[in-house]
Unconditional design. Structure first.
Length: 549
């Protein structure tokens, strides 16, 4: 942005003085890049984060086995050659401690820490229509004002616990996976119970099983999972990755989910069954999401194709679990492969071959009560030293619902979104001016940093546009918002995942209004490539969907 635009913005903020031109909420992956761009613009900006330090999801999720299943070198920021040159990823799929170190490295290398404030939870955020300013109240009692608020709250940052009687009676240690203790937790000799078999549990279970005396897994619905096939990255490989960075990021930009994996261009029906199996053998043994994202596109839309890949993966599970009856219990029967977000695993299925691991069917015998010493089902009692709730998140809207956000006319965002999120391009909400969301609902669910860079790179010109024109307010037009909601809804049509019991459709058994069947359109399901085109068209069209004043 030009100096004059920054000046114009200053003048507008001086008309109604405020503490900051822009407040960013959240010092995670998206907030870090956002503050970098704002600092470069020369506007007065700060990041507020409820946590004790930066990192967002990578600060919170410290459970054993936590790592992403994006290839590490597709997860780093792409905007700085220096960062790309200097950082060495040591594993193909970086574990949480390394990812947190990476984010700290970025922040320190770019001198961004001084623009961040920690331990401050935003509790209230009200828009003042007279001054076009947001007024924020923090948990520590402070109040701050800003012309613009950018929310980088994280789509999966608000944990949900089950509602089981007696939870507070337990005398051992119990916590949600995203609150795994920061200090080392020695599991040696411990009896551990894990509730849930989502992507998080699937990462924890094999690691805990190796350390604990005994592990009991409470599974309600079995979950498809496929091998991560992780490995180290040598210095020589890293050098070759560095030489390919432009190519790697260009490939991510061409793929719907912003990975190097792209759907196979052949039609499922045109490839003979034996060839399909050989193709799947290769994908299953390759690192990463290939078996999901580089597969035939038909597995996501065609029941027959989906049934065939499901049968193939079920066979692979049978080969890995020694007890045939146990293998059957680990094979999902209620949904097909890949229609929920696929967890990638390391020795997950083999873990059930261990003598110290037991799988309990908590659908047939639900947990009735947590007791001081463990829990009980209708049939049995279990004694534990530690209970781990791997029970998921209030996805996308949860973090917003927990802030008292009020826009024009005092309308609350919570009310506006009571039946599910409503947005313009997943970035703005009509009636909530000067608020922009990063990684919010109704964006494309993609490899997160890739999506974050696209979003921030859209926000900065929007702010520049507003500042250059001397405007103090921007707000999505209701008709533009409606059109985007229609596009989001349409993007689910024909996809098998539209019936999934997953955060994609807003399902969460522990939250009222999130029951199965009450679909919430949480993502733009057509994917990142089309999403980026929509953002670009909105900007090139002079932001016709946005009212400035
Ligand atoms: P999740 O996928 O929502 O799984 C929650 C699990 O808890 C499910 O198995 C669920 O069973 C069970 N559960 C919930 N309430 C229960 C109750 N009252 N009684 C018994 N079981 C209960 O949550 P998650 O595993 O934390 O994963 C969420 C998302 O985070 C993933 O989809 C992924 O996007 C992200 N994630 C990513 C990574 C990675 O990058 N590698 C790792 C972890 C998580 P039902 O299915 O029966 O409801």
């Amino acid at each position: 942005m030009s100096k004059s635009a920054t000046q114009a913005f200053r003048t507008s903020t001086m008309a109604a003085p405020c503490d900051y031109d822009v407040i960013v909420i959240g010092a995670g992956v998206s907030g870090i890049y956002q503050i970098k761009r704002l600092v470069d613009l020369g506007v007065r900006a700060t990041v507020l984060d409820a946590n004790g330090d930066l990192g967002g999801t990578w600060y919170n999720n410290r459970y054993p086995g936590a790592r992403f299943d994006s290839e590490s070198y597709t997860y780093g920021y792409s905007f700085s050659k220096e960062l790309l040159e200097e950082w060495h990823w040591t594993e193909r799929f970086s574990p949480q401690p390394e990812t947190l170190r990476y984010l700290n490295f970025v922040v320190d290398r770019l001198g961004l820490r001084e623009h961040m404030q920690f331990g401050c939870r935003v509790e209230v955020m009200h828009f003042d229509e007279q001054t076009d300013l947001w007024h924020l109240r923090l948990g520590d009692g402070r109040t701050l004002s800003a012309r613009v608020v950018v929310t980088g709250l994280g789509p999966l940052s608000t944990p949900t616990l089950p509602k089981i009687p007696g939870m507070s009676d337990f005398r051992g240690l119990s916590f949600h996976t995203s609150n795994w203790p920061h200090e080392p937790l020695d599991l040696t000799g411990k009896r551990v119970g894990i509730i849930g078999t989502g992507a998080t549990a699937i990462q924890i279970i094999p690691v805990v099983a190796q350390q604990a005396a005994h592990l009991t897994v409470f599974q309600r619905r079995a979950n498809w999972a496929a091998p991560l096939n992780n490995g180290p990255i040598s210095a020589a490989e890293m050098a070759s990755i560095r030489a390919r960075y432009d190519e790697i990021f260009a490939a991510c930009a061409r793929s719907p989910a912003a990975f190097e994996h792209v759907p196979d261009s052949r039609r499922f029906s045109e490839v003979p069954p034996a060839e399909r199996r050989a193709f799947w053998d290769r994908l299953y043994d390759e690192p990463g999401f290939g078996i999901w994202l580089a597969n035939f596109a038909e597995i996501f839309i065609d029941e027959h194709a989906n049934a065939e890949i499901s049968a193939y993966i079920a066979d692979r599970i049978r080969q890995r679990v020694k007890d045939p009856a146990l293998a059957e219990r680990l094979i999902p029967k209620d949904h097909g492969f890949g229609i929920q977000r696929l967890p990638l695993e390391t020795n997950y299925f083999e873990t059930y071959n261990r003598d110290n691991v037991e799988l309990v069917d908590s659908k047939a015998t639900p947990i009735e009560r947590i007791t001081p010493t463990g829990l009980c089902t209708r049939e049995r009692t279990f004694d534990f030293d530690i209970i781990v709730y791997a029970t998921g998140f209030d996805a996308f809207t949860g973090a917003y619902d927990r802030i008292d956000i009020r826009g024009l006319g005092g309308q609350t965002l919570r009310d506006k979104w009571a039946d599910g999120p409503v947005t313009y391009l997943g970035m703005l909400v009509s009636g909530f001016p000067n608020m922009v969301m990063l990684g919010g609902p109704q964006t494309a669910a993609a490899n997160f940093p890739r999506g974050s860079e696209i979003a921030v790179d859209w926000i900065v010109p929007l702010l520049t546009h507003m500042m250059n024109a001397g405007h103090t307010r921007f707000d999505a037009k209701p008709e533009a918002e409606q059109a985007w909601c229609n596009a989001v809804k349409a993007s689910y049509q024909g996809l098998l995942m539209s019936k999934a019991q997953s955060w994609i459709t807003g399902y969460n058994s522990n939250l009222e209004g999130h029951e199965y069947g009450h679909t919430r359109y949480n993502i733009f399901a057509t994917g990142g490539v089309e999403y980026a085109k929509h953002l670009q068209a909105a900007a090139q069209g002079g932001y016709a969907g946005i009212a400035f004043s």
